[in-house]
Design a binder for this molecule. Sequence first.
Ligand code: 034
Length: 231
Amino acid sequence: EKVEITKEQEALMKLIVEAYNKHQIPQDVTKQLVRFYSTEENFLLLTEIATSQVQVLVEFTKNIPGFLSLDHEDQIALLKGSAVEAMFLRSAQVFSRKMPKGHTEVLEERIRKSGISEEFITPLFNFYKSVGELHMVLEEQALLTAITILTPDRPYVKDQQAVERLQEPMVNLLKKLCVLQHPQEPQYFARLLGRLTELRTLNHYHAEMLTSWRVNDHKFTPLLCEIWDVQ
Ligand SMILES: CC(C)c1onc(-c2c(Cl)cccc2Cl)c1COc1ccc(-c2ccc3[nH]c(C(=O)O)cc3c2)cc1
């Protein structure tokens, strides 16, 4: 015979459905799932990484033999003049060293979505690619970073000869290392030094990146403001 819902059953149904709809996970919890990393969040994270990267860079620099016997103002001038290049080098080496699976992609994603305009993204990732293709060993990476920091012709360096005297043995050592590590590639050392030239062009792009971030009222940490002369 005909199936019919009784009045009682209807009342029961209403209670159950109401209770079911009432008890849901709060929106702000599930929202986390679909939230894309906003430009703002990516910028803040990269700022945090860069700040800690500068601290690491200062400690590394202090351990370069002879650096602490340079004129103190020249020490500051070298750090300020090389910080961006050293960080491009470091983040590029990290990229090429194939970070734990997926980290490289996440870092790339966050850099791409941190408010940097397309015109700087291209040269940035071209540089990462060109460093990756070199397959530098750790020793080469460390020496190349030290050579970058000990660049005599940075702005405001007074005693350039003193810096040259520290940089030259590093360059000679790197040259020897390249011959030993890449015997089948005589031009390898020249390719490494070519990266240093490319780094200098990235300085200009970076200055533009900073300006466009600041125009959009992005805040940096005190350490980054000091080393990059912003704010
Ligand atoms: C202030 C922020 C937004 C910023 O401004 N310019 C740059 C900026 C940008 Cl995008 C690109 C290149 C240079 C700069 Cl300097 C940045 C972010 O800078 C960094 C981004 C990532 C890293 C980075 C990432 C992963 C790492 N792993 C390790 C490790 O030791 O395992 C070190 C490391 C460093 C360092 C600086």
